[in-house]
Design a binder for this molecule. Sequence first.
Ligand code: FE
Length: 239
Amino acid sequence: MDAHKPDGNIGTVSTSRREAILMLGATLLAGPAAAQFPSPKPACVLTPEQTEGPYFSHHALERADIRRDPSDGSVARGVPFTLSLRIFAIGKAGCSPLPGATVDVWHCDAAGFYSDVADPRGDTRGKKFLRGYQVTDANGVARFQTIYPGWYRGRTVHIHFKVRVKSAAGQDAEITSQLYFPDKLTDAILARPPYPRTSARRTRNEDDGIFRHDGRDLMLAPEKQGAGLGAVFDVGIRV
Ligand code: FE
């Protein structure tokens, strides 16, 4: 669990690292790989549901920047990633942006660890890094500042999310699913610190049994944004 030990360098990014991240982003987005990124699927399509997995936590904080762990003040290190989820309500009357929905996001850190779990690989109970929730604004948008996730054994790189809606009629709606990244982009990101290179990533998107169920409809299309990357993804939920 070295990855979660308080680290004097946590939260401070050296100039050289910042430059490396900037160069990485520029390289990734300037090359032909950019053209291969799938474009976001159109709004107003029901988003496929996928398993919640074992790492959802009811203790997440309401916050936009999910990188910090309040228990020790450390900040998860990695390529900055801004995720904007636009939530659309799909009903009999059609489709419209959904304000007031609760959107949870959670994913593992650069070394593949989740917070707030008692896992055979390590105990991170009580920590809250890389998880949080937002309530969608008037445009149905919830925006998170996080990092590009690392990976763990048996899974391709992914972000979990859950959307919960309380309608005026008292009809609750909920959707739980996962988001994925282009493998080529992941390979480039994970080749550099602070992503550990202890062993090769074996499970790519098409090798992942969960991805194979509708994962192609859950692909992010990251673009350069500030010192890192960002992606917008439209989520359609039946209300
Ligand atoms: Fe997971």
